[in-house]
Each structure stands twice: as structure tokens, then as C-alpha cells.
Design a protein around this ligand. Structure first.
Ligand code: UDP
Length: 238
């Protein structure tokens, strides 16, 4: 079942259910893509019909962030839980270890995917990482041929939004993979080049504040959150 949060239709699933759905879709065999919008992206999509369409065309739409879940509660159609992209990716790697599916890492600055792969293999030693490429390619064809040569099943697309969503939808036919997922800056998080907040901050839904302290120029982007919540409150009244 989907839940509409300001036009974006989210899957209403727990983490485990989301992983189950991904595995089911992979077994069906047709190439599909997943998105993990946070409230900043939902706010952007509210003002960009093309992005809204890209998000709603995904086979799996996961609520990455407390803001989206809060909005769903305000709108009286609560989502079961937050399913952060980076946590979902970690769970998926756990399952891929068992099923033997092959993973390709695409995106972030040169060298970051290699570091991320090292960390991923420490945690998931049986994971098959079959290739990687940085996200600063001149034309898409270059990235597509690298992915296709690696014979991957799952592709992590970490180019930032909306670039990664545009890439996944535009090349769904040409890419020889079963599942793609847009994961923004997750490779930096896995690599440890961008540290996640301490656990207590994550628990208290304060990871956004930690990021802001680390990188104050995010303030412009972050101001979309209160604007988003105001729009949600406006819709609730209207
Ligand atoms: N990135 C990339 N190619 C580009 C632009 C960005 O690979 O042309 C990478 C960037 O290095 C970073 C990630 O995309 O690792 C997304 O970063 P950001 O935190 O801005 O995006 P978000 O996670 O908020 O979508």
C-alpha cells in the first residue's frame, strides 16, 4: 500500500518489509529502480513536476528521514517507520551476501567508492562487489558501459538528487542490472569520509543538526524542512 505525502507516493513498509519487497522484485527479473526521498526532496518535487514523476515511477519509494514520517502523521496517514537509504542499503547487502547477488557502486568522488567497498566488506565479508566507478563521468555512456561490463545485479547510484533519479530512469533499458537505488551521499557515509552523527543524536532525530554543524552551507537546503512542514500543515487545514 502507498501513502501520499504531498504528492510523493511512499511505500508503507517496515525496514524488513522493504527488503522483502526488493528481493521479490529482483526475483521477478525486470529492471527497476528505487528512490529514498527525504523531506528536502519532497519539497523540491512539490515545485518540480518532472522530479515528482521520477519519484512516483520508482518501484520502491522509501521515506528517508524523520521529516517525511512526521508529515505523514500530521496528514493523518502515518507511515510505519523511517527507512533511511543508508540503513536500507546495509540491510540489502546483508541479504545479498546470502543470495550471492553482485553489487556495483557508482558515484561520489574518485577513491570514495573503493574506501566504501573496503568498509562494506569488513561488515559483509561474503558480499560480491563486482565493480565501481566515480560519479564525475563526462557522459552517461561511459558509466553505463562500465556497469554493463561488470555484470552486476544491483547498482547503487550515488550522484545526489535529482541527478541520480534522472540517470536511473533515463537508462533503465540500457543498464544490464536488475535493481538500481538512488542513495545520495551514502558512499561517503560508508567510506567514513562523511561521518554519521553519534547514535544518541540519530535516536533523537537530530542527525540533521549534526550535519548542519559539520557543513554550515547546508543551511539553504535545510530551510526547506520548515517550509515543507508549513506546507503540510497548510494542506491539513485546507
Ligand atoms: N556526486 C557525484 N557526481 C556528481 C555530483 C555529486 O557523484 O556529479 C556525489 C557527491 O560526491 C556525493 C553525492 O553525489 O557523494 C551526493 O551528495 P549530496 O550530499 O549533495 O546529496 P544528497 O545525499 O543530499 O542527495
Amino acid at each position: 500500500m502507498k501513502i501520499d505525502v504531498m504528492g510523493v507516493r511512499f511505500d508503507n513498509l517496515t525496514m524488513e518489509e522493504s527488503l522483502d519487497k526488493a528481493e521479490r522484485l529482483i526475483a521477478e527479473g525486470e529492471t527497476f529502480y528505487c528512490v529514498t526521498p527525504n523531506s528536502e526532496i519532497v519539497y523540491e518535487a512539490m515545485h518540480n513536476a518532472e522530479l515528482m514523476q521520477l519519484l512516483n515511477d520508482a518501484a520502491l519509494v522509501l521515506p528517508d528521514g524523520a521529516g517525511v514520517v512526521l508529515a505523514s502523521k500530521i496528514l493523518k496517514t502515518p507511515l510505519k517507520q523511517k527507512v533511511a537509504g543508508v540503513d536500507f542499503a546495509d540491510g540489502l547487502m546483508g541479504r545479498m551476501e546470502k543470495s550471492g547477488l553482485r553489487l556495483f557502486l557508482l558515484g561520489s568522488k574518485p577513491g570514495v567508492a573503493e574506501l566504501a567497498a573496503e568498509k562494506m566488506l569488513e561488515k559483509h565479508p561474503a558480499l560480491q562487489i563486482c565493480g565501481m566507478a566515480d560519479g564525475y563521468f563526462k557522459d552517461d555512456a561511459e558509466a553505463i558501459s562500465k556497469v554493463n561490463a561488470a555484470n552486476a545485479d544491483v547498482l547503487f547510484v550515488c550522484l545526489g538528487a535529482p541527478k541520480q533519479e534522472i540517470f536511473m530512469q533515463a537508462h533503465r533499458e540500457e543498464l544490464n542490472v536488475r535493481m538500481m537505488i538512488g542513495l545520495g551521499g551514502s558512499l561517503d557515509a560508508f567510506a567514513g569520509t562523511m561521518k554519521r552523527a553519534p547514535k544518541w543524536m540519530i535516536r533523537m532525530n537530530l542527525e540533521w543538526f549534526y550535519r548542519l554543524l559539520k557543513d554550515p552551507k547546508r543551511i539553504g537546503r535545510m530551510m526547506r524542512l520548515p517550509k515543507f512542514l508549513l506546507a503540510v500543515l497548510g494542506k491539513k487545514k485546507g
